[in-house]
Structures are given as structure tokens and as C-alpha cells.
Design a protein around this ligand. Sequence first.
Ligand SMILES: Cc1ncc(COP(=O)(O)O)c(C=O)c1O
Length: 425
Amino acid sequence: MPSSRKLFADSKKIIPSGVNSPVRYFEPYPFFTKKSKGSHIWDEDGNQYVDFCNGYGALLLGHRRKEIIQAVTKQLTQGTLYCTPTQLEIELSKLIIGNFPSIDKVRLVNTGGEATMTAIRLARGYTKKKKIIKFEGCYHGAHDTVLVKAGSGSAHNGISVSDGGLDEVSKNTLVVQYNNSEDLEKTIRQDKNIAGVIVEPILANMGLILPENNFLANIRKITRENNIPLIFDEVVTGFRVSPGGAQKHFGIKPDITTLGKALGNGFTIAAVGGRKEIMDLLSPEGKVYQASTFAGNPISVSAAIASLKTINKNKNNLYSKLEKYTLRFTRALDDMATDLKIPHQINSTASMFQIFFTSKPVVNYQTSKNADAKKFQKMFKILLKKGIFIAPSQFEVIFFSDAHTQKDLNKTLDAYQIALKSVKQ
Ligand SMILES: Cc1ncc(COP(=O)(O)O)c(C=O)c1O
């Protein structure tokens, strides 16, 4: 890939590590993308890849989805940024609230990290307490309170607490084990200064880890009994697991929800919503401050309206199709790895999955870390050579989109077959 190699050399001179987000880097250099459409992206050397990174889950409906491009193109003729309220924001908020019954009021922000930062500030403002409990391996964005034993790129790069983060902040973040509600209960019993509990209802940042044994129902019960706001970080799962996210799928109502990624299907938008009495604490009426120049900008909002309308219109087929694809694909992959006698685990749900090279079930941070990440990297490189792009880390997830076809899946399975054979050696 001569063009990508040269572009990376240029990039490294002026962009730290040559990338604008750490997980984008992989050895020896990442490919540079020129364009995308449907289920594919093309690099600067003209190579075509079936895309399973899918904007780290954002592109539920695929690249350049017609309905979204049309809505954005129309809005471009009207204006890109007003910094005044618009009718569009009301329309989008109604759509979000319609899909998420736990949300009475919602504020639009730009990124998932901004949404979780605001959710946490709201929990602290509401309870007038200090400490936040998070679960080991959950990733909630790149801000100090949550960058403690986080998954995704920070686990991939071995960063437990980021340099530059204040001890005074991280010591107010308590970390408990995912899928272990007793650990949460014990921590809450021992500390009366808990402002909130934040969780990914399905952990999609240590590979994929599913909630087990009533974990979510238990943490809902414990937080409710102790009057502690429960924050569901649905930045990945919102609109992906179901039109009403993981909370609809599992039938659990959090106090605050964060959304992002699939909300805008590739456009920059996120949201934080929840119970009225909590959301009303936001400034200017309340004293919890949150603000952004670009929040609710009409381009992203138009994209999100089109995205949610398309999801809601197609929901009867969309989710069953994606689930069928995932199931068919992961069964075939499981058979291949079993035939090759490769110790492995595949965790999957809805339109997501990940394979781990380990003989032990992957149920939390530690069991994910114990899987053979070197084998994963070897597999990643072969898949890439065969024209299949998955996220370049064991701690990410393979995402299907509505644009994937059976032909894409067949090509991908053939590539996995070759990759697995080489992992075995
Ligand atoms: C569950 C979860 N929450 C929050 C975030 C942060 O979102 P953003 O990268 O848009 O700030 C991510 C990003 O991957 C995420 O997976």
C-alpha cells in the first residue's frame, strides 16, 4: 500500500502518532481511506474492503445511506450552524423520547464522551455526592472520571489511568467487576458518598461481553434501593440492539441514558436524557452546567432525524435481518474454529460479535485480557490482506450494518477460514 505508507509518514510528522484517535493506528501503518459506500470502504491505493468496523458501530444503516444523505443535502441549502433553537431539535428529541420511555427530557451534544461527562455531572448535581462507580473494562469516552480501568483503546494500549489525569479525580472513581453485582453491592455498602453508577449494559469495549445472571436487573435493584442514579451508557447499544436500545431489550429503566454513534449514522451527534427531575437540573434553569457551540447543529440533527425515521420505518425487518446474519455468521465461524481445534470463544448479540482465542468463557475485563491478543492481531492482518476490515483490536467489536449482503458475508467467512488456519500455526 505505497500511498498509505507515504501518507502515514507525512501524517506522523504533524499529527501525534499519525492518527486522530488512538485505535486507528495499527502496525506497520493504517490504510488511508478515500471513500466509502454501503458496506465498503476504499483506500488511497484503490483497495476495497468490506467494512465491519463501521465507524465503531455508528454506521448501523451503512455508509452514505440514501435517506440520510438526502436529508443532510437538503439542510445544507438552509444553513449549517445557527446557534439558536430549531424545530428540528424538537422533532429529534420527540423521536428519541418515543423510542426510550425512560427518557422524559433529552439534551443533544456532539460526542459520546460529552454525553457521559454530562450524565455524570448531572448525577453528582442531583445527589450532591462525589464518587462514581464504573465497571472494569467499560469505556465511556476520553475524560478523567471514566478513564480508569477503561476498555477500548486505553486497554489496547495498556493505560489504566491516563497520564495527565488528576489523582483527585480518579480516586473518586470506584471500579467494580462487570457481571458481579455483589461487588457493586459491597462497594455501595462501604461508601456513603456514591453519586452514580455508570455501565455499558452490553460491554462492547473489551471485545463483546454480555450481561449474565440478571446482572442488569440486580444493579438496577441495588441502585434503586440506595437512591443512586443508574446511568446506562448506550452509546454503542442505543438503536443498535433494538430501536429502544439495550434497556428495551432487557426491560430495564435507567435514570439517565447516553446515546451516540447509530443516532447519527455517521454524523457527529450524541445525547443525554433521563428523568425530568434530573434533566431539569441543567443550566440555565438549573445549576449543572453543560454547553457546546455545535450542540444540536442542524446538519447533525437532520442526519439523526433521517436515521431514526429510517430505523423506525424498517424496524420489523432490520433487526431480525441483522440478527440472522450475525447468528449465521458466528455459527459458521464457530464451526471453522472448532474443526481447526483452535481454543476460542465467540460472544455475540444483535448485530455484534467478537472472537477470543481462549478456552475460558469471556465474561469480564480479566477474562477478555487473558485471551491471546497476538493471535487476534495475526488474524486481523490476514483479514485485511483479504479485503476485510475489522477494528484492529481484540477489545473492539465486529459490527454488521444494513448494507452488508450475503455475498459480503461469504467473502468474509472465506477470509476468516484462511486467517484461522494461520492462527493455528
Ligand atoms: C460505550 C461508549 N461510550 C462512550 C463512548 C465515547 O464516544 P465518543 O467517541 O463519541 O466520545 C464510546 C466510544 O467508543 C463508547 O463505546
